[in-house]
Structure formats: C-alpha cells, structure tokens
Design a protein around this ligand. Structure first.
Ligand SMILES: O=C(O)CCC(=O)C(=O)O
Ligand SMILES: [Fe+2]
Length: 314
C-alpha cells in the first residue's frame, strides 16, 4: 500500500481582523490553540500583524550580526546559559546564537548594539526591538487563550506579569553536503511559550507524542509556537511540551529568531488548584525556575524532564 501521509502541525490563523477577546473568532481560535497544545505542544501560527519590512529586515539584521568577527560576538558572553553568545561548540559546529534579554525594550537592544558596533547601528536596534515587540503580542494572545480555555481568568494578571522575554537569534551554517547533520540537539524549552520565525531554509523538527519527527515547513508569513516545559509544569501536565531539534542539509545558512517567555527569578511556579484533582494529581511541588536551572545545569547529561522530576516531582 502507499506510504502514510506525513503528520503535519496544525495551522492556526491569528490574522483575522476581529480577533478580540469575546468575539466568535476568538473563541474558535482559542479552541484550536488548546487542542494543538494538548496534542502536539506546537502549531504553525499565521500572524500577519508583523509588518513585512520587519519580517524581511530581521534576516538582514541577523546576517549582519553573524558576519561580525568572532572576537566581536564573543564580547557578549553571559553567565546565564543561552543568554549571551553561544557558538563554536564541537558537538554543534553549525550552530551560533545570541540572546538578548527583554529585547522588546529599546534600551536593552541599544546596549548590545553599542557593544557590537561602537559607532552604533540604529537600524539593527530598531528592527530587533520592533520584531520582539510585535511577536510578544502573539505570545500574550496565546497565553490569554490558554488561561481562558481552562477557566483560569482570575490568574491572568499574575501570570502575564510573571515572565520576561528573551529573544534568541540563531544561525545554522549549511553543512555543505547532502547528508543530514545536527544543527541543534533535541530538547524541550524551559519556557512558558516559545515563538520561532525562520528564513526559508528548513531544518526544524518536532517530535510527536508517539515518537515521530515532523519536518516543520512553515509558510513565509508563519511563526511556530510551542508550549514550553514551564507551562507544562504550571498547567499540571495538561499541555504537552514537545522535543524539537534542528537538522541541516545542503549549502544554505538557516537563520531563525525565537521569542521565549520565561518565568522571572523569584516567581514560584505553582499549578493552580483548579488543575489538580484525582484524575490529574499534582506533578511538581512549587518551584523557582531560576533556582531549578542552577540545579539542572550542574547535573550534566540530564533532560529537563528528568531533572525537574528529581528536583521537585511529587
Ligand atoms: O532554530 C530553531 O528553529 C529552533 C531553536 C530552538 O529550538 C531553541 O532555541 O530553543
Ligand atoms: Fe527550543
């Protein structure tokens, strides 16, 4: 018989003009978001609110950034894992990235820009900041829909104020071969929500619950949204958090940008009592994510899943 149809991620349209809380479109999209995050922990989001000059501009900005000499990029090392420059790793030789904390705030981007380009680079700062600000609207919409879908409106303000944004921009060199090579190893994100945007070079793969890898092929105006493991913990396991990785082939470089909403240090992740019952016993005792990450990073070789269970599993 013919081969099975490959599994595809759900595609959800956030570009509807009337997508306001309370509208009929909002309720429909909210149900799609909930279902996609339960089943796949991931979906493709059509979100045309990001103007075309920012969508195009972001990739020129990334090219300009990663073309800088290595010693310039290395000026942005950070003590926090994956917050500053990361690259030149022997096991991930194709991968380079740079993290920018709270990139939706122009002063933060300017301090990075001035470090990279001592004479300034206004257009780089503006493109990065506008991108982060626009994409953060999608993050907020998704989180609002998730909380509403569980009837958890009373936690909305606390939840929305509990996170910071990290923008991480990435370059994966083409491996210059038709063999598939590792770009970024399989992992789950320790985030509330992750939103990815990529140029037209494919490579992202997302694993389904039954272990199949889906090749993600977003259309040029789409973003990929994922529920992270912090949201898995906060929702007491109601939403899935998918393993994903980047596999590269061919000559072209892949550029991507990820906006990560991350619980602030000092904020205690505690599943709301409404999501704990006999059918869904509590998975994790309340924890501070920054303290957990200290534990996780000291335990070489563990996955987030097993480390969090050891750290505060019930
Ligand atoms: O480059 C991508 O599309 C994926 C990046 C990623 O998974 C991450 O930075 O956590
Ligand atoms: Fe990731």
């Amino acid at each position: 018989m013919g081969s099975e149809t490959p599994v595809r991620l759900p595609v959800i349209d956030f570009s509807k003009p009337d997508l306001k809380p309370g509208s009929a479109d909002w309720d429909l999209v909210r149900a799609e978001v909930r279902q996609a995050l339960e089943e796949f922990g991931c979906f493709e989001a059509k979100f045309e609110t990001v103007p075309v000059e920012i969508r195009k501009g972001i990739f020129s900005a990334l090219e300009e950034l990663f073309n800088l000499p290595l010693e310039t990029k290395l000026r942005n090392l950070s003590k926090k894992p994956f917050h500053g420059y990361v690259g030149q790793h022997p096991r991930m030789p194709l991968y380079e990235s740079l993290g920018i904390d709270d990139a939706n705030i122009i002063e933060n981007v300017n301090s990075l820009t001035n470090n990279l380009w001592p004479h300034g680079n206004q257009s780089f700062s503006k493109t990065i900041q506008s991108f982060a600000e626009k994409v953060s609207e999608l993050d907020e919409t998704i989180r609002r829909m998730v909380l509403e879908s569980f009837g958890l409106e009373k936690y909305m303000d606390e939840h929305m104020n509990s996170t910071n944004y990290l923008l991480r921009v990435m370059k994966y060199k083409g491996p210059q071969t038709s063999e598939t090579k590792l770009g970024l190893k399989a992992h789950t994100d320790m985030t509330i929500v992750t939103i990815l945007f990529q140029n037209q070079v494919e490579g992202l793969e997302v694993q389904t619950k039954d272990g199949q890898w889906i090749n993600v092929k977003p259309s040029p105006d789409s973003f990929i949204a994922m529920s992270g493991y912090s949201l898995y913990a906060w929702t007491n396991g109601r939403l899935y958090s998918a393993y994903h990785r980047v596999m590269m082939t061919g000559n072209a470089a892949r550029y991507s940008a990820g906006l990560f909403s991350i619980p602030k240090g000092g904020y205690i992740i505690k599943a709301p009592e409404e999501l704990v019952d006999e059918e869904h016993p509590l998975l994790f005792k309340p924890f501070d994510q920054i303290e957990f990450l200290g534990f996780y990073n000291a335990e070489a070789g563990q996955t987030v899943q097993s480390a969090l269970k050891t750290y505060c599993g019930v």
